[in-house]
Design a protein around this ligand. Structure first.
Ligand SMILES: [Zn+2]
Length: 92
């Protein structure tokens, strides 16, 4: 009996396996666990949730500041435009 060093046997049932066989023809067990097949993990294809903002209050404060500035600047400009318009109309 000559024994080839490349003889493979099933780890489960001891069935002689062909060198190219990936599974035992007898019991179906995978021949070797030396090559862990990259299991197709679940792809995270879900909807991308935007990361929570570190400071949600900062945005509100900025909005408030912009709003107040807009009012403080917008009212005088509106008054100036109104005065100019009235002067153009000859009322003043
Ligand atoms: Zn087997």
């Amino acid at each position: 009996m000559e024994s080839n060093g490349t003889a493979q046997y099933c780890q489960n049932c001891g069935q002689a396996l062909d060198s190219t066989a990936k599974f035992c023809p007898n019991c179906g067990t995978a021949r070797e666990a030396s090559q862990p097949q990259s299991a197709p993990t679940q792809t995270q294809a879900g909807p991308m949730h935007p990361p929570p903002q570190s400071g949600p209050s900062a945005g509100k404060i900025l909005a408030w500041i912009l709003g107040i500035l807009g009012v403080l600047i917008g009212i005088p400009i509106a008054l100036v435009f109104l005065i100019i318009l009235l002067r153009l109309l000859g009322i003043f």
